[in-house]
Design a protein around this ligand. Structure first.
Ligand code: ADP
Ligand code: MG
Length: 379
């Protein structure tokens, strides 16, 4: 990357910063209900090779995007007379970070981006890109920002500069996760704690299965679920569904069966996150399978956001002897995670692939997800 950087920008880079993607082990559709999530960092991520600039210009290029170098001022306004055509829209992520961090003392830079993380697959390539950029800018300009605070700032960049109303999970996971651990995040307070999650030590493998089902329905379905949760919270007189302590009472007082199902999912999912943390702290990693299965059934039957390829992948994995699995992400398409004994992983993959072949679906893609270190300077 040093040579590619020199060729593009006409000078040498000063360093390389890496930030990982993430998988959320459990805690689905709990974030906007002020609840709990439990992500861990992936080995895959985004690397930013960078050098400082002192003229307030941030110039970015990505090996995964065409369109060459995009130049912008950190002060806002676009230096490039071409503006932001669609094939350069990705640059809003790193430039947005530079603009937000500028208020905290960083400045311009030349940035070359490279990644081994699939984009738009629910593995949070956007936060990886933002967090690697943020670390590079802080280090290059000698600015120290505590990581929990940095996660908030980077989230703000995605919200305000890119216009994506994401929660805090992706940025917190990328910046705060450590190897062999998951991160329990309280989405209300923003407080987080590390939970041991050493799959390999327990003889276990966590597979991410890209079901290759498109997510055209995702946006509408997601917004609808959010609205239903807000409506249920209002009817129950609580600030968020996180505050429901008496599930039976809440279900008894709601007339609408749809809202009852949504509440049932969110409340029990928060308990499953806490139960999972308890199991992990006790070293009972293999028992997580039951939590994943319960989460999947709840997402399928109560929250009603699963899709045929996800259900088939979970069923096939269990038939092949996996400990458990569940759909992840917004729903209606995307990925499934499966926890299996490592010596059964090949059989589980084959079982899922065979099911897809039999149904005439495109073959699923597999990725092994080992709990990995968070964002760092890598060279
Ligand atoms: P996810 O975060 O789940 O991967 P998003 O839609 O939130 O999906 O973010 C994907 C977007 O992030 C891409 O469309 C692109 O704009 C940007 N992005 C991610 N990785 C890169 C990269 N290596 N180069 C350029 N842009 C990237
Ligand atoms: Mg994203």
């Amino acid at each position: 990357m040093t040579e590619a950087f020199a060729e593009l920008f006409g000078r040498s880079p000063e360093g390389v910063w890496h930030a990982p993607g993430r998988v959320n082990l459990i805690g689905e559709h709990t974030d906007y209900n002020d609840g709990f999530v439990l992500p861990f960092a992936l080995p895959q991520g985004v690397s930013v090779t960078a050098a400082r600039r002192d003229d307030g210009v941030v110039e970015v290029a990505s090996r995964q995007a065409g369109g060459g170098i995009v130049r912008a001022s950190v002060d806002g306004g676009t230096v490039d007379s071409e503006g932001w055509p669609p094939d350069r829209a990705w640059a809003a992520y790193p430039v947005g970070v530079a603009r937000v961090l500028r208020e905290h003392g960083t400045g311009g830079a030349s940035l070359l981006i490279d990644s081994d993380l699939p984009q738009g697959a629910g593995l949070s390539s956007s936060a990886a890109l933002e967090c690697a950029t943020a670390l590079a800018l802080c280090d290059l300009h000698g600015v120290e920002i505590e990581r929990a605070e940095l996660a908030r700032l980077v989230q703000r960049a995605e919200n305000e500069q890119v216009g994506v109303p994401c929660g805090l999970m992706d940025q917190a996971a990328s910046l705060l996760c450590t190897a062999g651990h998951a991160l329990m995040l309280d989405c209300r307070s923003g407080l987080s704690s590390k939970v041991p999650f050493a799959t390999a030590d327990a003889g276990l493998t966590l597979l991410v299965v890209d079901t290759r089902a498109n997510r055209n329905l995702a946006t509408g379905g997601y917004g609808q679920r959010r609205a239903e949760c807000e409506k249920a919270a209002a009817k129950l007189g609580v600030a968020a569904l996180r505050d429901v302590t008496d599930l039976a009472g809440a279900l008894g007082s709601l007339r609408d069966p749809v809202l009852r199902r949504r509440v049932q999912h969110v409340v029990t999912e928060n308990h499953r996150v806490e139960a999972t943390v308890g199991l992990l702290r006790a070293g009972a990693v293999a028992e997580l399978g039951a939590m994943l299965n319960a989460s999947h059934m709840s997402l399928r039957d109560q929250f009603e956001i699963s899709w045929p390829e996800a259900d088939a992948a979970v069923d096939a994995a269990l038939r092949a002897g996996a400990r458990g699995g569940r759909m992840v992400g917004g729903g209606f398409g995307g990925s499934v995670i499966v926890l299996t004994a490592t010596d059964r992983a090949a059989r589980v993959r084959d079982g899922i692939a065979a099911t897809y072949a039999k149904r005439g679906w495109p073959p699923p893609a597999f990725l092994e997800a080992a709990p990995s270190p968070g964002a760092r300077r890598s060279a």
